[in-house]
Write a protein that binds this ligand. Structure first.
Ligand SMILES: [Zn+2]
Ligand SMILES: [Zn+2]
Length: 345
């Protein structure tokens, strides 16, 4: 089969590799129909995730068709259309019992990380009963690719951890796919205002279309100053969706007393936490890796069209254009790219 293979920092290719086989009775082999590229894949390619070794097939998102099932798999059979969760979970360990699937003792984020991933014609999914979701007939499968990772991540780690409430003023720092996912799902709770902050005008324009009530280009203006001037004393919820010290800093400058900072961004460096100012502000700061324990709920909202994650898709490619898809996604600002879909046709 063909797959996108990582060959060490800066190196990847579209290679012919052996087709995966069932290795445990709880495995399923899925024939991929559609997948995407995540910002995390770009981090891996830069060499920021050293536990990913040369020869690894990347990718942790997508939809496909069950090709083969292990002996003890009971929820799925050959031919079923399935959504693949970026988090693998056994459903039995202590963390799984607490719905903290990201810390599953026999799973967690392993796809395209510690085991071969979804940017391939076929993928082996361990713990399949708990890590796959059946796709209801007739659903838009492209939209569902957004449910493998970014929608649950923005919702669980941004919106739920940030405890967004009706009437709240919410600021989202970063209008990339994750920030947009938080913007779409924050609206479940009817916040009064959603302020989107980014340095890319075209992303800010999209954010307005997706429901942001105010946008700030932080390359042109001091975002924190502007927010403090337009609110009485800051925002109820500041969602960090970039993962660099500057954007974390904006969040700690704009959070109001009693407010929440929900960090979603993947940080590669330490930040300067202003505890000398914040200790007396009764704020909470949360961080996390997605648990995907809200995937079924999000799927229902996509099915009923209350949530339209397909709007995040800007580009479409076929599997033989995989390297080109990476080029476009890596130059997101120039290409006006948000999420790309790569289809196995
Ligand atoms: Zn991802
Ligand atoms: Zn587990």
């Amino acid at each position: 089969m063909k797959a996108l293979v990582y060959h060490g920092p800066g190196k990847k290719s579209w290679d012919s590799v052996p087709t995966p086989k069932i290795s445990k009775s709880t495995d399923v082999i899925v024939r991929m129909l559609k997948t995407t590229i995540c910002g995390t894949d770009l981090h891996i390619l830069k060499g920021d995730v050293p536990e990913v070794t040369s020869g690894r097939i990347l990718g942790h998102e997508g939809v496909g068709i069950v090709e083969e099932t292990g002996e003890t798999v009971s929820n799925f059979k050959k031919g079923d259309h399935v959504l693949i969760s970026c988090i693998t979970s056994c459903g039995k360990c202590e963390y799984c019992k607490r719905q903290m699937y990201s810390h599953c003792e026999d799973g967690g984020w392993i796809l395209g990380h510690l085991i071969d991933g979804t940017q391939a014609e076929y993928v082996r999914i361990p713990q399949a009963d708990n890590s796959l979701y059946p796709i209801p007939a007739g659903m838009d499968e492209e939209a569902l690719v957004m449910l493998s990772d970014i929608l649950p991540t923005g919702f669980e780690i941004g919106v739920l951890y940030g405890a967004v409430k009706p009437g709240d003023t919410v600021a989202i720092v970063g209008a990339g796919p994750i920030g947009m996912a938080a913007l779409l799902t924050a609206q479940f709770f009817s916040p009064g205002k959603i302020i989107m902050i980014d340095i890319d005008e075209s992303r800010l324009a999209l954010a307005r279309k997706f429901g942001a009530t105010e946008v700030i280009n932080s390359a042109k203006a001091d975002a924190a100053e502007q927010i403090m001037a337009s609110t009485k004393d800051g925002v109820d919820v500041a969602i960090e969706a970039v993962g660099v010290p500057q954007t974390f800093d904006i969040c700690q400058q704009i959070v109001r007393p009693g407010g929440h900072i929900a960090n979603v961004g993947v940080h590669g460096k330490s930040v300067d936490f202003q505890i000398q100012k914040l200790w007396a502000q009764n704020i909470t700061l949360t961080t996390g890796l997605v648990n995907t324990n809200t995937t079924s709920m999000l799927l229902k909202n996509v099915e009923s069209k209350k949530l339209k994650p397909e709007n995040l898709i800007t580009h479409r490619f076929t599997f033989d254009q995989f390297l080109h898809a990476y080029d476009v996604f890596s130059n997101a600002e120039k290409e006006h790219a948000l999420k790309v879909i790569i289809s196995n046709t």
